[in-house]
Design a protein around this ligand. Structure first.
Ligand code: GTB
Length: 218
C-alpha cells in the first residue's frame, strides 16, 4: 500500500528542506518506498480533518491503510522497522542506531530549535541580544560533544542508519549560522548525508512543491 504523508503547501523555508517532512521523504527514498504527498495550508493544519490525524495540527503525518502516525521520529522509526536499509540487523547495533535517533531528537535538536525560535519570535525583545549568545553556547556544547564522538568516522555507529538520517536533518538547521562551520567533521558529515542519492531525490521533490513544478516521475 502506498503511504501518504503531509507537507506544507508553501513551506516558509522556501524549499530549503528544513521542514520535518524532509526527514520522512528521505527515509522513504532510502528504503525505495514510493509515497504520495498531501499538501496543506496553514489553515488546513488546524481544521478537524487534519486534527484527527495530528493532535497538534502539524506536519508531517503518515497514513498507510488504517494506520495514521504523527511525529517525524516515530514515522522514520516505523519506516526503518518495516524496510531494510535504515536499521542494522544485529540486535546490539540496531539498539545503538535507535539510541542515536533519540539523541538526535531529544538531545541535539532542542537547543538548535530553541535558538531558531528565539531568532524568529524574540528578535525585537529587550533581552534578545543577551539571550542569543547563551542559546548559541548551548548549541556549541552539544556540537562539541557530538564532534568528539564522531571523530573521523563517516557515520555515528558503523553503517549509515536512521540515527544518521535524523542527526543530519537536525544539524542542517544550522547551515549558514557560522556555528556548524566551526566543526569541520560535522560539516563534512552533513555534506555526506546530503550527497546520498535518496537525500537528493527527497530534496528535489520538496523543492518542486515550493517552485510549483511537478515532482519527478520515477
Ligand atoms: N515534533 C514534531 C515532529 O517531529 O513531527 C514537530 C512537527 C513540527 O514542528 N511541524 C511544523 C509544523 O507543522 C513544521 S516542521 N508547524 C506548523 C504549526 O505548528 O502550526 C518545523 C519547521 C517549520 C518551518 C521551517 N522553516 O521554514 O525553516 C523549519 C521547520
Amino acid at each position: 500500500m502506498t503511504p501518504t504523508i503531509t507537507a506544507f503547501e508553501r513551506s516558509p523555508d522556501r524549499g530549503r528542506g528544513l521542514a520535518r517532512d524532509m526527514r520522512v521523504r528521505w527515509a522513504l527514498e532510502e528504503v525505495g518506498q514510493p509515497y504520495e504527498v498531501r499538501l496543506l495550508s496553514f489553515a488546513a493544519l488546524k481544521e478537524s480533518a487534519h486534527l484527527k490525524l495530528h493532535p497538534f495540527g502539524q506536519i508531517p503525518t503518515y497514513e498507510e491503510g488504517d494506520l495514521a502516525l504523527f511525529e517525524s521520529g516515530a514515522i522514520v522509526f516505523h519506516i526503518a522497522e518495516r524496510h531494510a536499509g535504515l536499521l542494522p540487523a544485529d540486535a546490539g547495533a540496531r539498539a545503538r542506531a535507535i539510541t542515536w535517533m533519540f539523541a538526535a531528537l531529544n538531545t541535539v535538536e532542542p537547543p538548535i530549535f530553541e535558538r531558531t525560535i528565539a531568532m524568529i519570535v524574540e528578535r525585537d525583545k529587550p533581552w534578545y541580544e543577551e539571550r542569543l549568545p547563551i542559546l548559541e553556547d548551548r548549541v556549541r556544547v552539544r556540537l562539541g560533544e557530538l564532534s568528539n564522538r564522531l571523530g573521523d568516522a563517516h557515520w555515528l555507529d558503523g553503517a549509515f542508519s536512521a540515527g544518521d538520517l535524523l542527526m543530519v536533518t537536525v544539524l542542517r538547521r544550522l547551515i549558514g549560522s557560522g556555528i556548524l562551520e566551526n566543526y569541520s567533521n560535522l560539516s563534512a558529515y552533513v555534506a555526506r548525508g546530503e550527497a546520498r542519492p535518496a537525500y537528493q531525490r527527497a530534496f528535489a521533490d520538496q523543492l518542486a512543491v515550493f517552485n510549483g513544478k511537478p515532482a519527478a516521475v520515477r
